[in-house]
Design a protein around this ligand. Structure first.
Ligand SMILES: [Zn+2]
Length: 369
């Protein structure tokens, strides 16, 4: 699939100018029709014209989309601003209207919202429960105020298991969220830790979608490498989190959960064969009866921060199942144009682009179809 040239029969060669590109109507009809999306295209305003504006027709679904519910942000504003490598204005100037303006410019129909790092855990159980409620009610309001434009990944207060179980119940049964948002580590624990098992058991019972976002782990964010944690430790912690879930048997045990990881899986696609071939401990093999590689390939990934890197995308496309790759921007930390532009210039087939931009996500989030 990697670098597959665009099929000439689909006539997808874009004509770009003034910041926008158009593709031929015939090519879009064929490609969308093949994926059962012709109806979606036909209903797009302006489709009856001789060419389709790419951005309007694409209707991307962004599964990696950060928001700042006002009450959650106000409660930890100074901490969040001081602990981030990002310019404060990115966070202080965020509004739903600005996010939607950017979404419209970049052909994004829906963003599945998650609160930005560090989430809701700051070391105190009572505070974490209060912050997760503020974050989740705030995100639910943003979604209900803008129908169809935002989904919600509810924040959970891990490592507080009891509070997380209560929040799962409230988030799914009262707020009707689309999934939950966890971090790759909590202090010195990674998601496969036995202490978290009740949370994954409940998420499995609910057939939940679990979006796992990288964070700087306590162990390693202070290493004197000269690089801020966001450069290296976040992707490495993603690999640690995946290893934790695989080697402790969580993924194989709870097969109803759909796990989404970010940033093209970080180093995991490159490490996957090593994880399979060098893992010779019998207990781990017993926990993964389908094998390590097959278990890893049940995971889903977004392409945030990766589409400008052909090597990162080559690794992901070679590793992941074609329908397990999602569009994701990491907005507002990363400009949406970066992901869109990078994806459009990778030389992917029209079918792959349509699937990554929207089709794959619609299978997991049919209400946004
Ligand atoms: Zn992010």
């Amino acid at each position: 699939m990697w670098a597959e040239p665009v099929s000439p029969t689909l006539d997808f060669s874009p004509v770009c100018g003034a910041g926008a590109c158009v593709h031929s109507r015939r090519g879009f009809l064929k490609a969308f029709g093949a994926l059962g999306l012709a109806g979606a295209v036909a209903s797009t305003p302006g489709f009856a014209q001789s060419a389709i504006p790419t951005l309007a027709a694409t209707r991307r679904i962004d599964v990696h989309h950060h928001v700042y519910p006002p009450e959650w942000f106000a409660a930890k504003r100074d901490f969040i601003l001081n602990s981030s490598d990002n310019p404060p204005a990115i966070m202080t100037q965020w509004t739903p209207a600005r996010a939607i303006e950017q979404m419209d410019k970049n052909g994004i129909a829906t963003g599945i919202a998650s609160v930005g790092n560090p989430g809701v855990w700051f070391g105190d159980v009572a505070e974490a429960r209060r912050l997760s409620r503020l974050a989740n009610e705030g995100m639910a309001k943003i979604a209900s105020d803008h129908p169809g434009r935002f989904g919600v990944f509810a924040a959970l207060a891990l490592p507080d298991v009891e509070g997380s179980l209560k929040e799962i119940e409230y988030a799914f049964d009262t707020l009707n969220v689309d999934g939950v948002h966890l971090l790759t580590s909590y202090g010195d624990k990674w998601p496969g830790d036995a202490a978290f098992d009740p949370v994954f058991a409940e998420l499995n019972r609910r057939k939940a979608i679990v979006f796992i976002h990288p964070t700087g782990p306590d162990c390693c964010s202070v290493l004197n490498t000269g690089a801020p944690p966001s450069i290296m430790e976040l992707p490495f912690d993603e690999a640690r989190a995946i290893g934790s879930l695989v080697f402790n048997g969580t993924i194989a045990k709870y097969r109803e959960i759909r796990f989404i990881f970010t940033h093209a899986g970080g180093p995991m696609p490159v490490l996957s064969a090593r994880m399979e071939q060098l893992m010779r401990r019998p207990t781990i093999a017993e926990r993964n009866p389908d094998g390590i590689l097959a278990t890893l390939r049940t995971l889903y990934f977004d392409v945030a921060n990766s589409t400008v890197s052909p090597p990162a995308m080559a690794a992901l496309l070679a590793f992941a199942k074609p329908d397990h790759i999602f569009f994701g921007t990491d907005y507002p930390y990363v400009d949406m144009e970066k992901t869109v532009g990078g994806l459009d210039h990778l030389g992917l087939s029209a079918e792959t682009l349509i699937a990554v931009n929207r089709g794959n996500a619609v299978k997991l989030f049919p209400k946004f179809g």
